[in-house]
Design a protein around this ligand. Structure first.
Ligand code: MG
Length: 408
């Protein structure tokens, strides 16, 4: 009894393992140019990789997939093989496609090794199949002769007359949108293709062909991410966001204060040993003021004078580090944070060479930035104008903000 139970279990396991393996036919022979590219559709790139390669990489992650054949356009066969070699995928087969999609699918099926019983036909214009969903699709094979991935209809559906009048509302529970891969028993699919070709019939997908061939087709729910790339907008939506346009914001800040006796010289929150200091409503920290103005500029805000009015008693004698903290809190609320700061201090006196490293360390702490993201340079004005006469100190700052939430 025990022995027979074990044999039955082994037979079941063996049966499951043979049933749940499939060979991929990746149809990439279409010439569609609706994407607004000179390239044939399968070779249009997302993040530097052609659509067909995205699809293939994902399908090869499916445990039940035992191999793949790519059906390429006649003019793409050589470069497809070259790309596969470059990707260390020499075992993937490549065959030349036919005139129509059905011809290409038939040529792909013909290239599948004799030992493979089940095939998965996938459209190269769907670059993001979910391996877990494809695995679920393969696992129903054996209990059904054919199965496809499909999306539930999320919108309310109307049946409409040729004149644009609503005839009725269709129960969306009964409507599914066909996706790929579409799976079938290899010889059943070949027989259906041959019969349709003999009758000069064309179908939009393999499921429609199999239905016509009286083969029951099972639905397996697909992942919403497995979209078809059809228009330039589809393509743009799936391109990685460019950090330069989406995540980075740049601002410029400038400040100048008179140098007078009897005031401390505070730069970047550091008190510098000096016979003269900066005149100002607050502590006169021209460096922090320039940085604050750069931050405000990058955030698309106003200038520091409007932000912290010198008529507002709250800011009289204020520690500029506090003003900086207020501004950093404000931009953080908008999802921004500093990424890099570059400053140039222009002063004839005092000499700042010995103070630059302490000022830089202070800025790193105040801004939460590493050493390679903060620069503090100092120079004279070559004796020219008020700066050159030592009457004032000026600062230029360039600030880069990012909306990236995770630190690089
Ligand atoms: Mg100022």
């Amino acid at each position: 009894m025990l022995r027979s139970t074990r044999i039955v279990r082994e037979l079941l396991v063996d049966n499951l393992s043979t049933a749940a393996n499939a060979f991929v036919i990746l149809v990439a022979a279409g010439v569609g140019r609706r994407l607004g590219s000179e390239e044939r559709k399968a070779w249009v790139e997302i993040a530097g990789r052609p659509l067909w390669l995205h699809a293939l990489s994902r399908l090869l992650l499916v445990p039940e997939v035992e191999g793949a054949v790519i059906v390429a356009h006649r003019d793409d066969v050589v470069r497809t093989r070259e790309r596969l070699l470059a990707e260390s995928l020499p075992q993937i087969l490549v065959v030349e496609g036919g005139q129509e999609r059905a011809d290409s699918v038939a040529l792909g099926v013909a290239a599948v090794p004799p030992g493979s019983r089940w095939v998965l036909v996938h459209d190269a214009a769907r670059p993001f199949p979910n391996p877990e969903r494809v695995s679920a699709l393969v696992r129903v094979l054996g209990t059904v002769p054919a199965a496809i991935l499909a999306h539930r209809s999320v919108n309310t559906l109307k049946q409409v007359s040729p004149h644009g009048r609503v005839v009725c509302t269709v129960d969306r529970e009964t409507i599914w949108q066909a996706s790929t891969p579409q799976a079938a028993e290899k010889f059943t699919l070949l027989a259906a293709l041959a019969r349709a070709t003999a009758q000069d019939l064309r179908f939009t997908d393999e499921a429609a062909l199999l239905e016509w061939h009286s083969v029951p087709v099972q639905i397996v729910e697909d992942d919403p991410q497995n979209v078809k790339i059809t228009t330039p907008a589809d393509l743009a939506r799936h391109q990685p966001r460019s950090p330069a346009s989406a995540a980075l914001r740049i601002g410029h800040g400038y400040d100048i204060h008179r140098l007078v006796e009897g005031r401390p010289l505070v730069l970047g929150g550091v008190q510098v040993d000096s016979p003269v200091g900066l005149l100002g409503h607050s502590d006169g920290d021209a460096l922090l003021h320039a940085i604050i103005e750069g931050i405000l500029g990058a955030a698309g805000s106003t200038d520091i004078g409007e932000h912290f009015s010198d008529r507002d008693p709250r800011w009289s004698g204020a520690d500029s580090r506090h003003l900086l903290a207020v501004v950093l809190d404000e931009i953080q609320a908008s999802g921004l944070r500093p990424l890099q700061v570059d400053c140039t201090i222009v002063a004839e006196r005092p000499r700042l060479a010995g103070s630059k490293s302490a000022i830089k360390a202070s800025l790193m702490t105040l801004l939460g930035l590493p050493a390679d993201r903060v620069a503090v340079k100092a120079r004279t004005n070559e004796g020219l104008d008020a700066l050159g006469r030592g009457e004032a100190l000026a600062v230029h700052a360039v600030v880069l903000l990012t909306s990236e939430r995770t630190p690089e």
